[in-house]
Design a binder for this molecule. Structure first.
Ligand code: AGP
Length: 608
């Protein structure tokens, strides 16, 4: 969701910035822009649509000479996608240029005040107020002006700023929206996310909330919101550069689906020691785990769906009551905080605005927060009491696959460890679960090798308008994710239903030929879901069943059956999600859609 790339150094800035922005395309955007300082003037070009439009407009940056510049990909919040609303935004004198990720919540009030003072606004964005405010407070000292603006705006921001009378300088600041600073022999960079600069450097500084930075050819200087100089340590990014590239696959999503066995191995095996699970990294005391009376899992989207599975597994194994909330609901529902409870925030990006706000809400009530996060150093990771990192590596496709799978694995490990400590499973049962856990990556590899079968089936459903997913228990949790995957990349309307709930209303939508994907992998619930399959069949549905080999009798009822291998019932979701991810992928591919960058969506939703 919005991207920032900036460069100052000895090379031409525009091609570096355009390349940086292209590596952030996966985050979702609808327009792009760039401002480059040629030593005398700040030149700006903006274009609605894909980055290639801006690239062509600037002849790959060749038309914008200069060694210092900032660029932006915008995902519209205030004002429709348009050339005018695209960033950068400049003041009326064209002496200050700003790019901004985030939302200025009090912009309407600020705008009114500025208009009363005679400022003329050209865009509908919240960002433009920043350019005008900087002008208002500027007296030759950029840091002092930025500081004053930061004290007056409410909301979230990562900013890149250039001042005409400070040639060869870039200024940046952040609050609640990620921003990093990179450095190499040729120059210095700002970026909203690591992939933008990974080709140039691994040497980065993570900006913290309410910090300002000034980059010039000679130095990098950091300041706090009061303008006091502060020292920061650079860290080395150890991402594999190829992990952020397609590596021969047609799409990032397909690559990431195939990376799941490795991602799960990387997440679970370092934590399995001597036939036991070692979660000492979390710093949770055994006594604390034994005392736990409630767990609240809070997340958005797919991470929420992982949390729904987490509820079944944690309650089933560790016998702790679990509630699961959408972060956007939790933060406003005045939840009840109790002693001896644990809040678990789940997030791939670690930057999702609602999840971060829920975390802060919980912390404000003295809640202990454990987060399950994929991005090291992200805001959610930094603000949590403990972090269970999922080692999925960079996930580029907007539709999450490998991070979701690792979140499931994280819940299995937490549930098993909590169960062991609380003595709600026997040693034998723990060993059986651990063996099953170790086997999951291999079993997923087996499923991936059958992808043609799913492609064949998907190709028959390219023109369908509605699809229902149904299941019970963990199969229901799984259906939620299968349905979301399909919706987000194929644009086919679909709904996931707890199978028993279908007849309380939704079954009226089932008619001749309606596709119903029925997931029935839970032994104890199999016959119940079979009854629901019969109900929809009777109303004309075409049923694709998903079950295990021991339930081949499903073929007597469903029209098409896909099988997944046996594992512990609690872990079934890790296997049954694979065909559903592939189904969504092949439907999207067959419909000729942009699989990795579906319309209107952003990889990381950093605004409310
Ligand atoms: C998943 O495919 C989605 N793109 C989306 O629902 C995502 O899971 C959600 O926005 C949460 O993101 P996070 O895990 O980065 O917090």
């Amino acid at each position: 969701m919005c991207g920032i790339a900036g460069y100052i150094g000895t090379k031409s800035a525009a091609p570096i910035i355009l390349d940086g922005l292209s590596r952030l395309e996966y985050r979702g955007y609808d327009s792009a822009g760039i401002a480059v300082f040629d030593g005398e003037k700040i030149h700006m070009k903006k274009a609605m649509g894909r980055l290639r439009v801006l690239d062509e407009l600037t002849r790959h940056g060749a038309d914008m000479p200069g060694f210092c510049g900032i660029g932006h990909t915008r995902w519209a919040t205030h004002g429709c996608p348009s050339d005018t609303n695209a960033h950068p935004h400049m003041n009326e004198e064209n002496t200050i240029a700003v790019v901004h990720n985030g939302i200025i919540e009090n912009y309407a009030r600020l705008k009114k005040r500025l208009e009363q003072k005679g400022c003329h606004f050209v865009s509908e964005t919240d960002t433009e107020v920043l350019a005008h405010m900087l002008t208002e407070y500027y007296n030759g000292d950029p840091v002092a002006a930025i500081e004053k603006v930061m004290h007056r705006v409410e909301g979230s921001y990562a900013l890149g700023i250039m001042f005409l009378d400070h040639p060869h300088h870039i200024y940046a600041a952040r609050k609640d929206s990620p921003l990093i600073v990179g450095t190499n022999d040729s120059g210095k960079f700002i970026a909203s996310d690591v992939p933008a600069i990974l080709h140039h450097t691994r040497n980065v500084y993570y900006m913290e909330n309410e910090e300002i930075v000034c980059l010039s050819n000679e130095h990098i200087r950091f300041f706090n919101i009061d303008g006091e100089a502060i020292a920061k340590e650079a860290v080395t990014i150890d991402w594999d550069i190829h992990a952020a590239e397609k590596g021969g696959y047609e799409h990032f999503m397909l690559k990431e689906i195939h990376e799941q066995p490795k991602a799960i191995r990387d997440t679970i095996f370092p934590r399995i020691k001597k036939d036991d699970i070692d979660l000492s990294e979390l710093g949770l005391e055994e006594a604390e785990i034994r005392r736990l009376k409630k767990i609240s899992i809070i997340a958005c989207g797919s991470a929420f769906h992982a949390g729904v599975t987490g509820k079944y597994v944690l309650e089933g194994l560790a016998r702790i009551p679990v509630e699961v909330d959408l972060a956007s609901e939790y933060r406003y529902r005045d939840p009840i905080y109790e002693r001896d409870s644990l809040v678990i925030i789940v997030s791939q990006s670690g930057e999702t605005a609602d999840s971060l706000a829920a975390l802060r809400e919980a912390k404000a009530h003295n809640g202990k927060v454990l987060s399950i996060v994929n991005v090291v150093g992200s805001s959610i990771a930094r603000e949590s009491d403990a972090v269970f990192y999922t080692w999925a590596g960079p996930e580029i496709a907007v539709a999450t696959t490998k991070a979701y799978s690792c979140q499931l694995a994280a819940f299995y490990m937490l549930a098993m460890k909590f169960a062991q400590i609380r003595r709600t499973v026997t040693a034998e049962r723990f060993d059986a679960l651990l063996n099953a856990l170790r086997l999951l990556p291999e079993q997923i590899e087996g499923l991936l090798s059958q992808k043609e079968k799913i492609q064949f089936f998907a190709n028959h459903y390219l023109a369908t308008e509605h699809i229902f997913f149904m299941g019970r228990g963990i199969d229901y949790a799984l259906s939620l994710e299968g349905s979301l995957k399909l919706k987000e990349i194929s644009y086919i309307h679909s709904e996931a239903y707890a199978a028993g709930e279908l007849k309380h209303g939704t079954i009226s939508l089932v008619e001749d030929g309606t596709l119903v994907v029925a997931v029935a992998t839970q032994d104890a619930l199999y016959s119940k879901t079979m009854s629901n399959i019969v109900e929809v069949k009777t109303r004309g549905a075409f049923v694709m069943g998903l079950t295990t080999l021991r339930h081949q009798d499903m073929e007597n009822c469903a029209d098409y059956v896909l099988y997944v291998p046996e594992t512990e019932n609690y872990f079934m979701g890790s296997l049954s999600i694979i065909p559903l991810q592939l189904f969504a992928y092949y439907v999207s591919l067959g419909r000729g859609l942009d699989v990795d960058k579906p319309r209107n969506l952003a990889k990381s939703v950093t605004v409310e």
